[in-house]
Design a protein around this ligand. Structure first.
Ligand SMILES: *Cc1c(COP(=O)(O)O)cnc(C)c1O
Length: 383
């Protein structure tokens, strides 16, 4: 197959799903796939065997789940819905999580009107800000000063939660059960008084449950203890990353190699376009068979074929010299990649393939020039 391409590993995905399904069962909680991390809907039938459903960041993801995982719960959170969007997600979603008291007021009324004659009535929730997070990267910390995500306790007044059936917080990122255990007391101290009137709580994502060394026993205990204190509440987790962690690769090829003081290999995959979190997060993706700089005989700086000076994936060492045509396989590329791709510089989008449990490899989608052009457009109708 022509590089670059993502290769989703169905067996690895199922291994993660089995771990999550066991947590779900042991702790008596519900677990959802946060689609923003991984939306390869070809795998949704498999995901739906193990999880309770999906959560969406807005209209399109909610619709995708409605179309591709219709038998499971469909949740959505958005910082600010429009009336039109709200009306749409009302048709598809079981939980709609709002982000401000003004939205809560506005949509409790609208929901009453929209569902007056229907049997299907989604449950409204409010995202709150417990004011406690151990995330050190600012752009991933929703508890920073001036955060736009979640209502702080001081801004909730008598009557503001009328019509609200659940509270949601999301304050973690790639973290362990200990962080959840330290976060819950803050949540309960601030919002505990509202919990008796709620039906559910949602502890968001960022739980690195399928990562090696994650303390699953502590997670199960923390969740069970919480449920004991609040037996009226259904508890949800909505990890994204943990579901498809290490469940896919990005296969790229070396285009050219040169050395003007630093040995460089230009690949056909770009950090900026195909693995933007490498720059944004930032992080160093693993490469099959490669080591840290200097660890093996030949060290190269690997970069993409765009004009961005910072389109660098990192410095890696190899046992052999790289040459044009060599394949480079990046690990852990199922999450926050396909969903974030862009065609900056007119870069081709990598194909998406899947390796079935049987070993057979199928192509889910290949992209071409038209995918780049279609998003730009030519004058057609008056606006
Ligand atoms: C990003 C996000 C998630 C998923 O987070 P992961 O770090 O991928 O587990 C879940 N819920 C909300 C509200 C989010 O913003």
């Amino acid at each position: 197959m022509r590089t670059p391409y993502y290769l989703i590993d169905e067996a690895a995905l199922e291994r993660n799903l089995k771990i999550l399904a066991s947590v779900r069962k042991r702790a008596g909680v519900k677990i959802l796939l946060a689609q923003k991390a991984f939306s390869a809907f070809d795998t949704y039938p498999l995901v739906s065997k193990y999880l309770d459903g999906t959560t969406a960041s807005g209209l399109y993801e909610a619709r995708l789940a409605h179309e591709e995982m219709p038998t499971r719960e469909n949740h959505v959170f958005n910082p600010a819905f429009t009336d039109e969007e709200f009306a749409e997600v009302t048709k598809w979603c079981d939980h709609i999580v709002l982000n401000s008291v003004s939205q809560t007021r506005r949509f409790t009324r609208l929901l009453n009107r929209l569902t007056a004659q229907s049997l299907n009535r989604p449950s409204l929730g409010l995202r709150v800000n417990p004011g406690y997070s151990e995330v050190s990267t600012e752009i991933y910390n929703p508890c920073v000063k001036g955060s736009r995500l979640g209502v702080p306790r001081a801004f909730i007044q008598e009557g503001d939660l009328d019509g609200v059936e659940g509270l949601h917080f999301h304050t973690m990122c790639e973290q362990g059960a200990d962080v959840l255990a330290r976060t819950l007391p803050h949540f309960e101290e601030k919002f505990g008084e509202f919990l008796p009137q709620m039906k559910w709580v949602n502890f968001g994502g960022g739980h690195h449950i399928t990562k090696k060394g994650y303390d699953i026993a502590l997670l199960v205990k923390t969740l069970k203890d919480f449920r004991k204190r609040h037996p009226n509440l259904e508890v949800y987790l909505e990890p994204g990353e943990a579901i498809a962690l290490n469940a896919g690769t990005l296969v790229a090829s070396v285009r050219e190699v040169f050395d003007y003081g630093t040995p460089i290999a230009i690949l056909d995959a770009s950090a900026e376009c195909h693995m933007p979190d490498v720059i944004e997060m930032p992080y160093r993706p693993p490469i099959k068979g490669a080591g840290l700089p200097g660890e093996k005989r030949y060290t190269y700086r690997l970069g993409g074929p765009t004009c961005l000076a910072g389109d660098v994936i990192g410095d890696y060492s190899f046992a052999r010299r790289l040459k044009p045509g060599d394949e480079v396989v990046f690990g852990d590329m199922a999450i926050y990649t396909m969903v974030k791709n862009n065609t900056f510089n007119g870069m081709p989008l990598p194909s998406i393939a899947i390796k079935r449990k049987s070993g057979r490899i199928g192509l889910l989608r290949a992209f071409g020039y038209e995918d780049f052009k279609r998003r730009l457009g030519r004058y057609d109708v008056d606006f």
